[in-house]
Design a protein around this ligand. Structure first.
Ligand code: BGC
Length: 398
């Protein structure tokens, strides 16, 4: 009996020791996680730490959720501002050939500008970037009706696309010029099937590259086509048009559209058309022969699955060069045709037609209804992952 009791006591003693060790381990883990949160960009308001490459300020509220403006800074002194409202790039301050800093993207200084629903300035676009004809598509035997917010068609995710929601901020160490945003788009949102879990990582690297890493998963098959809708003007002066910017696009083909800007399904050769940018051309050179201006998807000449250089824009006056890299098969080239001066910058300058251009990397428009186009359907168990990067540099451009 005595021996059994001794064994019991010994066992109890060891159990207690193990329990205490477990508690210690748990306490250590909690301390570690708390430390991580403490140093994360989104939990540590702006201070003058030289190591800090991401800082955060409060920017108001939307949908009763806090909105922040994040500032990413690199070693070259480039500054990119991004809000978790719409995953929006609001500003990119970068030097010209004379070292003069200016903003090369269109954006506002305050949240109110975005709440007034501008045409997607700098926003993250989803669930489907570009148009879906009549907002209708079918998957197997089910037909889905999406919000129609562009005439009879669905554009850029509908009435309240990813550009108009408040994204969750995922903690990232503020020693990195990086911001991670997350959004759960629920089943049925804007008519789309399935809960879509989306994460976008924005990173400003020291070579002045702003990259967008998109990933998503779903619990029902759904179309997904995420992009960024930054409007660039490399002069840094919104009173200037982009018509003298020179553009090169590595695309032998483009997708022509009907009068409602819906792709016809044809992949047309750019040869002998104003869409031939295989060699650089001034954007204004042939724009008059494109009714309404450029608003077309280019079929990119891809050779690998990597993040490849697909387009280059140069501005001789500022010397700035914008290079676009992507893993996507297509890119919408839009010359700000619908900008008509009614929207004003935070400084009160009217934003006129053709004063900015967009290079929206993506899958082809209306893919859910154009079955010969590369599929945009994401199935449960699969992972959506695409990367796009914009790099700004300075060269003596002739
Ligand atoms: C579309 C344009 C549209 C613009 C702003 C672009 O991506 O192609 O047709 O007007 O976004 O909504």
């Amino acid at each position: 009996m005595a021996a059994i009791n001794f064994k019991k006591i010994t066992n109890l003693y060891f159990l207690k020791v193990i329990n205490n060790m477990k508690k210690l381990q748990q306490a250590f883990l909690v301390a570690l996680v708390s430390l991580f949160f403490l140093i994360s960009c989104n939990n540590n308001p702006t201070t003058e730490q030289s190591m800090k490459k991401c800082s955060q300020t409060s920017w108001g509220t939307a949908d009763n959720k806090p909105v922040y403006l994040f500032t990413l800074t690199n070693s070259k002194g480039d500054i990119v501002k991004i809000s978790n409202y719409g995953g929006t790039v609001t500003s990119w301050l970068t030097a010209d050939k004379n070292g003069k800093i200016a903003d090369v993207v269109v954006g506002f200084d305050s949240l109110s500008g975005y709440l007034a629903k501008p045409p997607y300035f700098g926003s993250t676009i989803g669930r489907y970037g570009n148009r879906i004809a009549k907002g209708i598509f079918s998957i197997d035997t089910a037909t889905y009706h999406l919000a129609t917010n562009n005439g009879a068609n669905h554009l850029h995710g509908g009435n309240k696309g990813f550009d108009k929601v408040v994204w969750d901020v995922v903690p990232t160490p503020d020693s990195l010029a990086s911001l991670t945003l997350h959004y759960l788009s629920v089943d049925g949102e804007e008519g789309y099937p399935g809960n879509l879990d989306v994460t976008v990582v924005f990173t400003l690297s020291d070579d002045n590259t702003l990259s967008f890493d998109y990933s998503a998963t779903t619990d029902k098959t759904t179309p997904v086509n995420l992009t960024n809708h930054s409007y660039f003007n490399l002069t840094g002066d919104i009173t200037q048009t982009i018509l003298n910017h020179r553009l090169q696009v590595h695309a032998d083909k483009f997708t022509p559209v009907d009068t409602g800007l819906i792709t016809t399904g044809v992949l047309q050769d750019v040869k002998e058309t104003p869409f031939d940018f295989l060699q650089p051309h001034a954007i204004g050179e042939r724009i008059a022969s494109v009714p309404g201006g450029y608003d077309h998807n280019f079929v990119l000449n891809r050779t690998t699955a990597d993040n490849e250089l697909v387009a280059t824009v140069t501005d001789a006056v500022s010397g700035r060069v914008l290079e676009v890299f992507t893993t996507e098969p297509g890119m919408q080239f839009y010359t700000g045709n619908f900008l008509d001066g009614t929207i004003k910058t935070s400084q009160g300058i009217a934003i006129q037609q053709h004063t900015a251009l967009c290079l929206e990397t993506q899958h082809f428009p209306d893919s859910p209804n154009k079955l010969a186009f590369p599929t945009t359907l994401l199935k449960p168990g699969e992972k959506y992952h695409t990367v796009t990067a914009y790099k700004v540099s300075v060269a003596s451009v002739k």
